[in-house]
Design a binder for this molecule. Sequence first.
Ligand code: GUN
Length: 315
Amino acid sequence: MPARVLNGIVIRDQIYAELTGEISALASAGIRPGLAAVLVGDDPASKVYVKNKIAACEKLGLASIQITPPATITTSELLAIIEDLNRRDDVDGILVQLPLPPQVDAKKILEAVDPAKDVDGFHPLNVGHLVAGRPTLVPCTPAGVMELLRRSSIPLEGAHAVVVGRSDIVGKPMALLLMHANATVTVCHSKTRDLPATVRRADLIVAAMGRPAMITPDYVRPGATVIDVGINRITDGGQAEKFFANFPERLAEFRAKGTALVGDVHPEIANVAGALTPVPGGVGPLTIAMLIRNAVKAARLRRGQRTPAAAAVQR
Ligand code: GUN
């Protein structure tokens, strides 16, 4: 039986509908959340991500500003930009698109962002809150994966979750969120011994290592849920023929465009997995929805308002 497809676009639209109500309630109180995106240099993928983030702000009625310093910027020049954004009252959320050029001390930049405006959840204070089980602003991609799992009724309690990839942005926070949801979590990475056998024990696989189509069917226990966080642009015809051998429509699309997006999961796992997220159209749309949610949350928190979720817990 082919895997159930977990459609991120449908779930994103549910979340947007909920956020729209919250945003108009804020508007009635004279509050319009504002997001500042800092895009250093001209990495084509980063440009697309930031463009999509700004477009989401516009669609939902948030204010947004984009700051685009050149790739030659120094750490201290970028720090000055962040400090200015920290001071601005019309800016509720600050995101610094990664990766930064090699001469910039990325950790120092992320530490300079006001934790109350840290919509990416990358500041050590917010990382600490997450570790302590009192999450505030949570990194967007893992938060989006949790929403997708919850809204798709994928059981997590007692499940064995295997996270492949240990990045600060996805793998580490993902493992913490799954642990807090009472899953048994294994984190794998490039040095893990016998990776296929380890991943094959999973009820839930989260693939987040940035290697196109690396998770092949032999990694997947039949019926497992597979969440594909990877977004890899391929241009090599040989690779496309290998990945899309049994997907004639995708191969035709590659031939027409000369490029395609593939996840970290091989398309063939559709015949083994119980449920999976497609690429594109799976986790990606949720990352942006969580960014907007974090910006709205930051806007409320900065004004001393509780979020609806926190208010519900109190009740
Ligand atoms: N680069 C890759 N993913 C992300 C993300 O979630 N946030 C930022 N700021 N940069 C990224």
